[in-house]
Ligand binder design. Structure first.
Ligand SMILES: *[C@@H]1O[C@H](CO)[C@@H](O)[C@H](O)[C@H]1NC(C)=O
Ligand SMILES: *[C@@H]1O[C@H](CO)[C@@H](O)[C@H](O)[C@H]1NC(C)=O
Ligand SMILES: *[C@@H]1O[C@H](CO)[C@@H](O)[C@H](O)[C@H]1NC(C)=O
Length: 374
């Protein structure tokens, strides 16, 4: 009853203020770029792998009850953001067909994607380990190709994109994951941070040149708290771990280093494009509270062990990864923050998304969400 009253109050408020409210307070569409943290099906549709595990349960078991191509048990940050603004979940770009309505947005993210182009990795003899060549600039190319079916004149495009939220990331995590997973050191990888950040800010500028005004650019998660990093970089030296949460200190410092460089890059962009609203999404600090106090967020099974995996102290086993023979999923994914060793659970993504939508982890803040949907 209370909800109904609130809702009808909101409706009358909305008809009272008419279009002012809808045009200035809401996003009417979302365009998303990124990697497996936000891919809603492109990797699967790209057919890059013959029998990808994300094509079957337990992937998708919690919310969709079937596999969708999302690398989680359920919804991702981008799904929760769309829901918060009353928008549908974004269709993956590779699923678009003629006649389908995608006016509320499109998702260009691809699992495994990098911020830097694949040539960068092939030059360093890492080309063969990339899951996909659909880097950030390839995704940007897809957007440009699609643009003519979204709007035609510059005026029409400007009016449409003015009310759109462009999410650029998270992207860049894989630019470090690939080399880290084959033995790269933090010292070596620090050198690539300015290049990775440069690729992200370049794509952000390109979108602004295309008419984007509202942009959300996420930083990296605390990789030192990730089951795969904790397993690969296990250390006998206690002082390598943060005593408060059990995460790897040096790897978390690396994430912070990337994030600080990204924040600086965004500051430069704000000066160059004062008309644009460039928002930094602080994934690192949005996630940190649940690593510090798991139980407060319902993560009774802890935050460092993966729900789905094939054994080991963090339930991440490279020879039996989630979905492969020898692995199994936990009973209650919402009591875990880590889903498959690399990606987070729907429950963890929800905490991060709410920290962005309601604050304080988006700066400057995102538009406030409609009363009825909070
Ligand atoms: C990426 O491109 C290279 C060079 O064109 C190709 O050899 C490789 O198979 C591609 N990788 C994927 C995952 O598509
Ligand atoms: C343990 O790591 C700390 C820094 O993380 C270092 O100062 C110390 O020398 C290391 N101890 C051993 C026994 O390797
Ligand atoms: C990892 O998986 C392999 C293959 O299923 C298995 O033989 C091995 O015992 C597992 N390791 C751990 C630590 O559980």
């Amino acid at each position: 009853m209370k909800v109904l009253v609130l809702f009808s109050f909101y409706l009358s408020l909305e008809s009272f203020y008419g279009s002012v409210l809808t045009s200035s307070l809401h996003y009417e569409s979302i365009f998303n770029f990124g990697d497996s943290l936000s891919d809603t099906g492109n990797f699967l549709l790209s057919g890059a792998l013959a029998f990808p595990v994300i094509a079957k349960l337990p992937y998708g078991e919690t919310f969709f009850r079937h596999a969708t191509g999302r690398c989680s048990d359920g919804r991702l940050v981008v799904d929760f953001i769309a829901e918060a603004y009353g928008l549908p979940h974004l269709p993956p770009y590779l699923a678009l067909t003629k006649g389908k309505n995608f006016q509320h947005g499109v998702n260009f993210a691809v699992a495994g994607a990098t911020a830097l182009d694949s040539e960068f990795f092939s030059q360093r003899h890492l080309g063969a380990i990339l899951w996909t060549n659909n880097s950030l600039s390839v995704q940007l190319g897809w957007f440009k190709k699609l643009k003519s079916s979204l709007c035609t004149t510059k005026q029409e495009c400007d009016n449409y994109f003015k009310k759109s939220l462009f999410i650029v990331g998270e992207i860049g995590g894989n630019d470090y994951n690939y080399p880290f997973f084959v033995g790269g050191s933090i010292k070596q990888l620090r050198n690539s941070v300015p290049l990775v950040v440069g690729a992200i800010t370049k794509a952000t500028s390109a979108l602004i040149e295309e008419g984007a005004v509202e942009l959300l650019v996420p930083g990296n998660l605390p990789i030192g708290c990730s089951s795969v990093y904790l397993t690969l970089f296990k250390s006998p030296n206690k002082s390598d771990y943060d005593q408060r949460n059990g995460c790897l200190k040096a790897h978390n410092a690396f994430s912070k280093y990337h994030n600080n460089q990204l924040k600086k890059g965004l500051q430069t962009l704000r000066q160059k494009y004062p008309h644009a609203n460039i928002i930094y999404a602080d994934y690192y600090h949005a996630a940190m509270p649940f690593f510090h106090s798991p139980k407060r967020y319902g993560f009774y099974s802890g935050t460092l062990r993966a729900c789905c995996g094939g054994g080991g102290p963090y339930n991440f086993n490279n020879s039996a990864r989630c979905g492969h023979i020898g692995s199994k999923a936990c009973q209650n994914p919402s009591s875990y923050a880590n889903w498959d060793g690399i990606h987070l659970t729907e429950a963890a993504y929800r905490v991060i998304a709410m920290g962005l939508v309601k604050g304080p982890y988006a700066s400057p803040p995102l538009k406030s969400v409609p009363l009825s949907l909070v």
